[in-house]
Design a protein around this ligand. Structure first.
Ligand SMILES: O=c1ccn([C@@H]2O[C@H](COP(=O)(O)OP(=O)(O)O[C@H]3O[C@H](CO)[C@@H](O)[C@H](O)[C@H]3O)[C@@H](O)[C@H]2O)c(=O)[nH]1
Ligand SMILES: [Mn+2]
Length: 736
């Protein structure tokens, strides 16, 4: 990397997004409207005649203040969105392939039943097959599930790779995940048929082993494999076991069927003990940082979740366009290059909004125009040195061999390398060291990715968002409502952990990165506070309406009325335009806003409560893994765009309640309008209830019109009815 030529060809460009100017002007106009709204609230507050109207206005005021803060913080990411382009063709003009830096790929998996080993295999094969010098790639798989089944799957993958890699190269295959390739390619030559059969038989073997729950002797080939499985003694459990490191492919020894070198493939299951904290994925990644330092110590690290496979073999070259930039100043503070998380298997209109376009694409482009995108846990190339202190003040690890500049001279499987690797993978290795605080991936938040990226940027590191036309990676998103809500609850807790730490983005972040970056990150950590305005708007105006209490401006109070209309349409409209700009369309956007409302009523609320309980020392929480498998029936319904409820969950109760309250309020309000012909006062409240009813449509369907096993459980309906009635009684006492 250091020997770049003087007259280098450019490797990348950056351009502002076309909507930038519009965004800025609109932000100004919208800000004025918000100020006007706050004035309106203050005025109403002063002139309120009763205690009830005072408190109602106050509540709406607070809710709108939260919305105003959220709006302001999103503007930070609208000020300078950019898009980038890479010139891969210039890379080889600037440097020889033999000068490319080594890359260590980290793949995390944690449970063979929630994360099927066959998909871990596909992910591993897809990155082993990168169009990159093979001797420069090492793939490390971290197995937090400590499962012999996963090890077995990877042993099979290593054998299959000997055929698969040359096949991909000869046929210029773009999808180097065999699973994806065979799913999307129908026309087969005899050669393809042959390799497909080979893949199918491997898949069958792996799936059978997983189904039986153990690796039976007749699946084990030779004493070396047998020896590896000897680690799984009777005392070996998921939560308590010694380190297992298994080199499955070694580039100095293994050759493919054409005689070419193979990349390294290494299985790592770190030591676990019930008495030492393991810090979930961040802990797993730090073990890999150290183990890989002992074994290969590549300057570039790619972190991958096991469910996210590579969809383009040229991806590392794209990352090199930045890491090998001819300008040393550019390289010196570049911490990571993040690719967006893009998902497969999402239904056409994305009913659960799991594409997360706003998070993974729109706002990442917004961050990119400032100091760079946040780290999202997968599909991200790191410069190893970024994990060791700030650009100007490196922090060295306790063992010099683990430092980012150390060059490994010994062979991968030499005794000293392996024993160091075992030593640094042990569960109490980290205490007392700076791992997790100043070195490596940071501990202290369930969204370790977000937190780590944020802390790196606070230290002065920059990052790049790389969003090529052909998706670089494809991942798996939860396609079952309750899975999604649980995942989002974990995120909510993790974000609040950052918000209430001394590294709060508004205080600490603004100081270290400037107001825009600080605000941008601030928006995320306060995500769960969306709950407050959403709950308020879902219940208060509706309960007031039923009791003939009107809380919004009358339709005839034109300026204030139009102000409300503008604020609503303006925010929604701009969001819609953003959505279109990253390939969304009306229905997917509509579903996205619906799920945003549902999240406010469920996982964000629950996450906040759990976080509070934990802070008070009443409960604990961990990293509940998102399941990557779904039942056939469930996935069939998902394909048909039908919401999945099925089993009672306390989280379902809240939006079911909201669905009831809004429907009744809408009917009651309309009835009143027919009775006294006065639409003026109730107009906005009716509109709001109507909007909510539209959003709740799938819920009514699930309660009343469905008979399949995914319908709303009776228990949920009954509990929600009970609480909704309580609300009514309470409201009628308060308002009358
Ligand atoms: O103790 C653990 C728990 C999880 N994981 C791995 O972490 C990854 C992410 O877990 P998943 O259940 O898929 O969480 P998601 O919410 O879908 O993941 C998103 O959110 C996480 C933070 O909560 C990030 O780490 C991920 O990169 C990001 O895709 C998976 O590969 C797991 O195998 C571990 O290695 N050890
Ligand atoms: Mn995931």
């Amino acid at each position: 990397m250091e020997e770049l030529r003087d007259h280098a060809f450019p490797l990348h460009t950056v351009k502002p997004m076309p909507q930038t100017n519009f965004n800025r002007i609109f932000a100004l106009v919208y800000a004025c409207a918000i100020v006007a709204l706050l004035c309106y609230h203050t005025k109403t507050l002063f002139y309120s005649t009763t205690t009830v109207s005072f408190y109602v206005t106050l509540t709406m005021f607070v809710a709108d203040l939260v919305l105003a803060f959220m709006w302001a913080s999103t503007q930070a990411l609208r000020m300078r969105p950019v898009h980038r382009q890479q010139f891969l063709e210039n890379l080889e003009k600037n440097m020889k392939r033999s000068e490319y830096p080594n890359i260590d790929v980290f793949i995390c998996t944690a449970d063979p039943y929630k994360e099927p080993p066959i998909s871990v295999v596909s992910t591993a094969l897809s990155v082993m097959g990168y169009s990159y010098p093979r001797d420069k790639i090492s793939v490390y798989v971290s197995d937090d599930g400590g499962s012999a089944l996963t090890l077995f799957a990877l042993m099979e993958a290593a054998k299959f790779a000997n055929h698969w890699l040359p096949f991909c190269e000869e046929n210029n295959v773009l999808e180097r995940s065999p699973d994806a390739y065979f799913k999307s390619n129908q026309s087969f030559s005899s050669e393809t048929e042959k390799i497909k059969t080979m893949y199918e038989s491997m898949k069958f073997k792996i799936e059978t082993v997983v189904e039986r729950g153990k690796v039976e002797d007749h699946y084990i080939n030779g004493p070396q494999e047998k020896h590896a499985f000897d680690n799984w003694t009777d005392k070996f459990t998921r939560k308590d076991h010694p380190t297992v490191i298994q080199v499955l492919l070694d580039n100095s020894k293994n050759r493919d069927i054409t005689g070419l070198q193979m990349p390294n493939l290494i299985y790592v299951s770190r030591q676990k003990s019930k008495t030492s904290p393991h810090h979930f994925k961040a802990g797993a990644l730090n073990v890999l940082v150290r183990v890989s330092a002992a074994m290969t110590n590549a300057p570039i690290i790619l972190t991958q979740d096991c469910d996210m496979y590579s969809n383009d073999p040229q991806t590392p070259l794209r990352a090199l366009c930045y890491f090998c930039d001819p300008d040393p100043a550019f390289r010196s503070n570049l911490a990571y290059v993040q690719f967006p998380q893009i998902f497969q298997g999402i239904n056409k209109n994305d009913i659960y909004a799991c594409a997360f376009k706003r998070l993974f694409e729109i706002q990442s482009m917004g961050f990119d125009g400032l100091l760079g995108p946040n780290y999202v846990g997968t599909g991200c190339f790191f410069s190893r040195k970024a994990l060791f202190g700030s650009p100007s003040k490196p922090v060295l690890p306790e063992i010099p061999e683990l430092g980012p500049c150390h060059v490994v001279h010994k062979p991968l499987q030499s005794q000293s390398v392996l024993s160091l690797a075992h030593q640094v993978a042990s569960c109490d290795y980290e205490n007392p060291t700076q791992w997790g605080s100043e070195i490596g991936f940071r501990y202290g938040s369930l969204v370790e990715d977000f937190y780590t990226g944020y802390r790196l940027q606070c230290q002065g590191w920059k990052s790049i968002f790389c969003r090529p036309k052909r998706a670089a990676f494809f991942g798996h998103a939860p396609v079952c409502l309750v899975d999604l809500l649980n995942q989002q609850k974990r995120w909510a807790i993790g974000l609040l952990e950052v918000a209430f730490s001394k590294y709060n983005p508004i205080t600490f972040g603004v100081k270290s990165m400037g107001p825009l970056m600080g605000l941008g990150y601030g928006q995320y950590v306060f995500w769960p506070t969306w709950s407050l305005p959403i709950i308020t708007y879902a219940f208060l105006p509706q309960l007031a309406l039923v009791n003939k209490v009107y809380i919004f401006p009358k339709a005839s109070e034109l300026p204030w009325f139009l102000l409300y209309v503008f604020l609503f349409l303006g925010a929604y409209g701009q969001d819609f335009v953003d959505f279109l700009s990253v390939g969304g369309w009306f229905q997917s956007w509509w579903n996205d806003q619906r799920i945003w409302l549902i999240r406010g009523l469920t996982c964000h609320l629950y996450g906040s409560i759990e976080f509070l309980l934990k802070t008070l020392g009443i409960s604990r929480f961990g990293f509940n893994l998102t399941s990557k498998t779904v039942d056939d029936e469930v996935s069939k319904r998902y394909e048909q765009h039908i919401f999945e409820f099925g089993i009672h969950s306390p989280m379902f109760v809240y939006f079911t309640m909201a669905a009831f309250v809004n429907l009744i309020s809408l009917f009651r309000g309309l009835f009143q309008v027919f009775k006294d012909g006065n639409l003026e006062e109730s107009f906005l409240q009716l509109l709001l209830a109507g909007f909510a009813v539209l959003n709740c449509w799938p819920i009514y369907e699930a309660i009343a019109f469905r008979t399949d096993s995914g319908k709303m459980p009776l228990k949920t309906t009954l509990i929600a009815t009970f609480w909704a009635s309580c609300l009514y009684v309470g409201a009628s006492i308060i308002f009358n």
